[in-house]
Design a protein around this ligand. Structure first.
Ligand code: KG4
Ligand code: ZN
Length: 358
């Protein structure tokens, strides 16, 4: 593709509205011109988790002002947009419909094609926006709130699943354990912050499926173990976990984080040795975890493996990764759809169902 293209990306699959503009020039790696994000976290905190209907309504409020913000920051106008990309799934149906509706309306009004992007592909390709982009092939550890997968990635759309969680995702394990410790939603960042003051060896917690010989994960049992431990400790406080001394809570948080991180690191190393690849890409919200990054960096350095991460602010949901994934798909030959007056979203959408890029 010789022409310069501007791709507008819209993310609205869960509780962040993200919009970004990416520019592609021939086969060079696309570059981010501007991005803007609105996080609904504060709104959902009162309920202890995401309320889907509130999420959809808030996406409606934010998406157009964010689009204007992105265009202004990049010195472009809507007329400069060549392709409009949106998150087609997986995610909350109502929330996805907002992004899809706005993207398809913009496409129809501007006479420009639209492209529905897989949210996980967005996460997976987000490290290509970093100052240290990876090269194919690599092993990917995709760790978000809803998914935990190890993949062999040979190119855009060329993904081989090596292992995945059979129950809770790693992010879910962080979130649910945090809730048990009385921490606020979203629990991952809160638990890891508390863990900084704790002793990771204070409590013996299970490392599920660590020795299973497979690359699958299971985190549901860990959450139960945290619950049992918290209840035991809280028995002396009339069962009130939040009344436990802060140091005890920090020790339990650190022990929980250590269990999750150890499983993620060991399985990633096994995937690397099985595939004989020397490159690891970590993507998704849990990829922001400092303990995970430190342990992966140390273990990979020892084995001569390069590790790539998205920029910290692009670990969690954002529009830049959606615009980037769309741009990389266009570069690899996928066509965006023109004249889309009917659209659909895929709240459940296995990555394996994505077409292989040309
Ligand atoms: O990728 P993401 O933004 O959304 C999904 O696609 O699910 O991931 C959100 C998940 C949440 O479970 C959140 O608690 C977790 O990522 N997370 C973290 C950290 N930052 C976000 N988990 C552990 N440590 C963090 N620093
Ligand atoms: Zn995500």
């Amino acid at each position: 593709m010789a022409k310069d293209y501007c791709v507008l990306g819209i993310e609205s699959s869960c509780d962040e509205t993200g919009v970004a503009l990416v520019q592609m020039q021939g086969d060079a790696l696309p570059v981010l011109l501007a991005d803007a994000l609105y996080s609904q976290i504060e709104m959902h905190q009162a309920y202890g988790g995401v309320v889907p209907e509130l999420a959809s309504r808030d996406h409606i409020r934010r998406v157009l002002p964010l689009t204007e913000q992105v265009l202004a920051a990049s010195g472009r106008t809507l007329l400069d947009v060549d392709v409009v990309a949106f998150t087609r799934g997986p995610g909350l149906a109502g929330a996805l419909l907002v992004g899809a509706g706005v993207a398809c309306a913009l496409g129809a009004a501007l006479g420009k094609p639209v492209l529905g992007v897989h949210h996980l592909e967005g996460h997976l390709l987000s490290p290509f926006l970093s100052a240290d982009p990876p090269e194919f092939p690599f092993v990917a550890l995709l760790v978000s709130g809803g998914h935990t997968q190890l993949m062999r990635v040979d190119g855009v759309g060329r993904y081989t699943l090596l292992g995945e969680t059979i129950d809770d995702a790693a992010g879910e394990a962080f979130d649910k354990s945090a809730k048990l410790l009385g921490l606020n939603y979203p629990g991952g960042p809160a638990l890891s912050q508390l863990a900084e003051q704790g002793d990771p060896t204070a409590f013996k917690l299970p490392r599920p499926l660590l020795k299973s010989g497979t690359l699958d994960f299971s985190f549901a049992g860990l959450k139960t173990a945290v619950m049992v431990q918290a209840k035991k400790l809280a028995a002396a406080q009339d069962g009130r976990v939040e009344a436990l001394p802060r140091q005890v809570l920090a020790d339990l948080a650190a022990s929980t984080q250590a269990a999750i991180v150890e499983v993620l690191v060991k399985k990633s190393l096994t995937a690397l040795s099985q595939t004989e690849l020397k490159r690891l890409v970590v993507a998704g919200g849990v990829g922001a975890n400092r303990c995970l990054r430190a342990q992966l960096n140390a273990a990979c350095a020892q084995r001569g493996v390069r590790v790539h991460y998205p920029e910290l602010h692009l670990c969690t949901d954002n529009g830049a990764m959606i615009a980037m994934a769309a741009a990389m798909r266009l570069q690899s030959g996928q066509q965006a759809a023109s004249e889309v007056y009917a659209f659909d979203v895929r709240p459940r959408w296995p990555l394996a169902e994505l077409p292989v890029a040309a």
